[in-house]
Design a protein around this ligand. Structure first.
Ligand SMILES: *Cc1c(COP(=O)(O)O)cnc(C)c1O
Length: 450
């Protein structure tokens, strides 16, 4: 990889602490923040960022932390990837905005062409671009309702789809996402997910799908349902990987009933799980796919891609938004997609899985607080419980995240009960740096009370 001589020196890919975490400058910024930023906006790790590169975040006190979160699965091509930075700078110099609905530009079209090529299925496809994952999910629902003439939307237990009014209704967890924010959008119905750790022992994917379908048919009626919206691996809900066959059985039922099958690949998409999209590994071809997070290499962009007959069922002017498909974000997406494909970052994700499983297997097998090590590719997690039970232990996950942070490793938590520690490293992380961070994580897990 080359960097231009005019650019800043690349950030050294090593962990280094020169102050306590957070350091004095971060603490000073925290004081300014509490007087100006709304309290409802919280941060996992109150370390203020000065620079980021690859898998390293350098804070305002000069500490270098290993980033195992990628800004929630966004900077999968590495933070401030030189290719993305160059594409953004060049596009910003040409023009930053015209509004695609006012006067269009090639970059938007090129992203839609790339999505048609990459998203599973050989059918004809169309795309629309938006600013966020929630907006992508909302628009997928709009398209499904318009195309089917039906109202109801099915979602899974433990689902996360965003924070707008419709996507709050679709999200499962009340606190912190929904509490006090209702009334929510109507015609959203929740059905059970496949959660192998907590389902009856031996329940297959087909059985879990039959359980979900039974609830849908009794409570809603299949002929009322416009769409079923599914995360191939539940993200905020705890990186819950459904039993094999669950997604395929739901997709097959949806097809038979004229229900639009929407894969919310906002978190799982773009090489994260070891293939360009997670659905591919289940042999499922969704009707519509909602995308965001990793698509733009750090710039805000989302998309809905799907069957041309469904997408084109919407009347002209029915879809859009002022900023949707911003040209700078599109340029970043085109550069990122070139990296996902050109550097085979899906293979990198599979290599990360092998390394993480190798490194954490022993503590996961032996420590009674670790109920499960699960996930796929570079989307992996440990679920923590009170030893000897399946009772979720939120405090243990918080403790592990705190211990990691204190040692200079950023890990995120998730899960319906907040008891899951999740790993979403940039796919370009160097094996040596990942090993170093995993040593810290393994030590934090071992330190939990047995
Ligand atoms: C993050 C996420 C969203 C919401 O994306 P935003 O860009 O935060 O609106 C939707 N679905 C899934 C699966 C996500 O992980």
């Amino acid at each position: 990889m080359t960097t231009t001589s005019a650019g800043p020196a690349p950030l050294e890919q090593s962990r280094s602490l020169v102050t306590a975490i957070p350091g004095p400058r971060s603490q000073a910024l925290a004081a300014r923040r509490s007087a100006s930023v709304a309290a409802g906006v919280s941060s996992t790790l109150p370390v203020y960022v000065a620079r980021a590169g690859g898998a390293i975040i350098e804070d305002v006190d000069g500490n270098r932390l290993v980033d195992l979160g990628s800004g929630i699965a966004v900077t999968s091509v590495g933070a401030s990837s030189p290719e993305v930075v160059a594409a953004v700078a060049a596009q910003a110099a040409d023009f930053t905005h015209t509004c695609f609905m006012v006067s269009p530009y090639e970059e938007y079209v090129a992203v839609c062409e790339a999505l048609a090529r990459l998203v599973p299925g050989s059918h004809e496809k169309r795309s629309m671009l938006v600013n966020s994952g929630a907006e992508a999910v909302e628009n997928a629902v709009k398209v499904a309702r318009r195309a089917t003439g039906r109202d109801a939307v099915l979602v899974l237990d433990h689902a996360y789809h965003g924070r707008t009014n419709l996507t709050m209704a679709m999200t499962a967890r009340a606190m912190p996402y929904k509490t006090g924010f209702g009334p929510f959008a109507g015609e959203v119905y929740r059905v059970p997910a496949s959660y192998p750790l907590r389902d009856p022992a031996g329940m297959t994917g087909a059985q879990a799908a039959a359980r979900a379908i039974d609830v849908a048919e009794r409570h809603v009626g299949a002929d009322q349902v416009a769409a079923i919206v599914v995360e191939p691996i539940l993200g905020e809900g705890g990186f819950v990987t459904p039993a094999p066959g669950f997604l395929a059985a739901l997709a097959e039922w949806a097809r038979a009933q004229g229900i639009v099958f929407v894969a919310d690949e906002v978190q799982t998409g773009f090489a994260r799980t070891g293939s360009m999209f997670a659905c591919e590994q289940e042999g499922v071809v969704p009707d519509l796919v909602a995308l965001a997070k990793g698509i733009g290499g750090g710039l805000p962009l989302g998309a809905v891609t799907g069957r041309a007959d469904l997408m084109d069922a919407v009347h002209p002017g029915g879809l859009g938004g002022t900023f949707g498909g911003n040209p700078v974000a599109c340029a970043a997406a085109l550069a990122s997609i070139a990296l996902y494909e050109g550097q085979d970052l899906a293979a990198a994700a599979r290599a990360i899985e092998a390394q993480v499983r190798g490194r954490l297997r022993e503590v996961a097998d032996e420590h009674p607080a670790v109920a499960e090590l699960r996930g796929r590719g570079a989307m992996l997690a440990v679920e923590l419980v009170r030893p000897g039970t399946l009772e979720p232990d939120r405090a243990a996950a918080a403790q592990v995240a705190r211990d990691c942070a204190a040692a200079g490793v950023l890990v995120l938590t998730c899960g319906t009960w907040g008891n899951v520690v999740r790993l979403l490293p940039p796919l370009v992380i160097e094996p040596r740096l990942l090993d170093d961070a995993l040593d810290v994580l393994a030590a934090a897990l071992r330190a939990l009370p047995a």
